[in-house]
Design a protein around this ligand. Sequence first.
Ligand code: PMP
Ligand code: GLU
Length: 386
Amino acid sequence: MARFATRVTSIESSPTVRLGNLVAEMRARGEEVLSLSVGEPDFPTPAHIVQAAKEALDAGLTKYTPSLGIRELREAVARKSKEENGIPATADDVLVSPTKHTLYLACMALLESGDEAILPDPGWVSYEPMVRLAGATPVAVRAADDEGFVPTPDAVAEAITPKTKVLVLNSPSNPAGSVIPRRTMEGLADLARDHDLVVVSDEIYERILYDGEHVSPAALDGMFDRTVTVNGFSKTYSMTGWRLGWAVAPKPILREMGKVQEHTVTCATSFAQKAGVAALQGPQEPVEAMVREFRARRDLICAELSKIDRADCFRPGGAFYAFPRLDVPTDSATLSERLLKEAKVAVTPGRAFGAAGEGHLRLSYAASRETIVEAVRRLGELVAGM
Ligand code: PMP
Ligand code: GLU
């Protein structure tokens, strides 16, 4: 009989991925489900990106690449980071891997037993398990409705102890679509410098931005040396299945992350990396068109939710999630279960994103306008009867 390590028994499977699997199974059984669950753009990967991968395959790019990634892609990422984000990166500061894996590499390289990592609450479902897998202790900082879903420097300062090593930031955020304003980011950077913390900045929704500006902490004074910037192709270029992203980090951190990469996945998929180059260097119109549509859907979902008396919705400034609070006499897990069973609408319970997410549902509006309108109508109908 296998006995399992506490590192795995202490974590749960991913609620977002699990729900995605469940919807796929229900559909395979012939059930019709409206899904506002998993966060995945409902657009095809732009054709010129797919073409670049086909050409790479035909050219025989089917072997290992250097573990940190092909030079061309590392250079393209460095250029993008400098030009768009003001991050003083060179190709030598770039590691290519699936986005989620780069976060895991950062946790493995930076954290160990006895260390603490500060995470936003609510925050994306995988930060806490990754910190635990690295043997460290996650410390949730409330970043809820009353704070516009942004971790304030005051709240973070209160959570810092001599054991704090890492501060995880995510703007625009999953699950609320909140955007960290420049002043707040500067305050958080001051704390990182004063307390010798490494900031792990997850910027995967950077380009899916409607209001405000995107601020990369690594671009702020003196922050490059203590920041791991994580980004990827999944959302911006609708490339979730390609499993491709990157981390930009100062060389000492990158070296340690690179060791873990070499002993785990070796390198990212060779021909996908060529597609990554085409994505960064090719035409950006498909991204702009997708973001225009997401903006219209953001407006639509906010308008539809405002028709539900018992829903109170924060207006997201980025990403493709709405995170309304529902005033109902049940918890978010039960509400989302009932919604799926009784109304055939899949959403993610707010509690999946942390204690401060309780009372909310996350609705991914990476779905057609008709699906959004009908799903929110069914939600309204269900809560009206509660
Ligand atoms: N960070 C956040 C905030 C996310 O929502 C996701 C979800 N995909 C990821 C990282 C992981 O991205 P990828 O699928 O590119 O690994
Ligand atoms: N990040 C997306 C989500 O939150 C995809 C699933 C996952 O990686 O968690 O739904």
